[in-house]
Design a protein around this ligand. Structure first.
Ligand code: GLU
Length: 281
């Protein structure tokens, strides 16, 4: 039988904190308990926010936590041509359209919010004529490419995904995906040939990932991932959504809220064993 393949896939746009440590340890230990493989993947498609020194720090922190992973480590920034190719397949099928809207314009006419709390796109650019599109390109306007969500969903029909059983005596659960609540999502962001959603499904398939582990807050993005998997003919892994590490006020840890980094905890004298114990491993 094929070995399970699991991965920890951080974005190198800051230092790792306890939330990342939980996710990395959870994934590595689950891989180990199944006799599977553990990969690390660097998700550096956001070229403005990703920094090589954060990638180095990720390896240093994971090593310090006592983890080891397979080499070579994939970096998404070296795979832009592959993401572009897959997006082109969708364009040739008429499933993507160019959007020239500014963030402020999107918010102004939006009629609701997506599961991340961002304004839902009202579809403004979907109604542009060929001539209007050509003119905007000629003006050198920044473009992002969006999925025609309703047409995509009409092709795939109802979609489900499998969530791993929480314990050996439970059964896996089948859940319905609800991509409609995301509207026409962006699959190629301004200035790059990809987006988080597009590259994550392509790479999980390309690396043969069998089990995807993420924090509970990220479950809604599975709606889009299973839709893309079906459209592009990619395999759908089993999912699991682990608990979140919260601060004293019950908020999810984040760089922007100044949650302490693993590096700062280490420099303050905490050991990897302390961290593993605190996180329950
Ligand atoms: N790279 C994403 C992040 O750091 C998560 C990757 C994933 O599991 O989908 O938030």
């Amino acid at each position: 039988m094929l070995k399970p393949v699991l991965r920890f896939a951080p974005s190198p746009n800051g230092l790792l904190h306890l939330g990342h440590a939980y996710s990395a340890l959870f994934t590595a230990y689950w891989a180990e308990s199944m006799g599977g493989r553990f990969l690390v993947r660097i998700e550096d498609t956001d070229i403005t926010r990703s920094k090589p020194e954060f990638t180095d720090a990720i390896f240093e922190d994971l090593n310090w936590l006592g983890l080891s992973w397979e080499e070579p480590v994939w970096r998404q920034s070296s795979r832009f041509d592959i993401y572009a190719e897959q997006a082109d397949r969708l364009k040739r099928r008429g499933l993507l359209y160019p959007c020239f809207c500014l963030r402020s314009e999107i918010a102004e006419v939006s009629t609701g919010t997506d599961p991340d709390g961002a304004p839902l796109y009202a579809g403004t650019c979907r109604h542009l004529t060929e001539a209007e599109i050509a003119q905007r390109f000629a003006e050198g306007r920044e473009v992002q490419w969006r999925l025609k969500s309703d047409e995509a969903r009409a092709l795939t029909g109802v979609l489900t995904y499998t969530v791993a059983a929480p314990s050996p005596i439970d059964r896996p659960q089948i859940r319905y995906a609800r991509p409609e609540r995301w509207g026409d999502v962006v699959l190629q962001r301004k200035g790059t040939p990809t987006s988080y959603h597009l590259s994550v499904v392509i790479d999980d398939d390309a690396q043969g990932v069998t089990h995807v582990t993420r924090g509970r807050d990220m479950e809604p993005s599975t709606d889009i991932h299973v839709l893309l998997q079906m459209l592009l003919g990619l395999r759908s892994p089993v999912y699991t959504f682990h608990r979140l590490v919260l601060d004293e006020e019950g908020r999810k840890l984040s760089k922007s809220k100044g949650s302490p980094s693993l590096r700062s905890l280490r420099e303050a004298g905490r050991t990897a064993e302390d961290i593993r114990q605190e996180l329950g491993f």
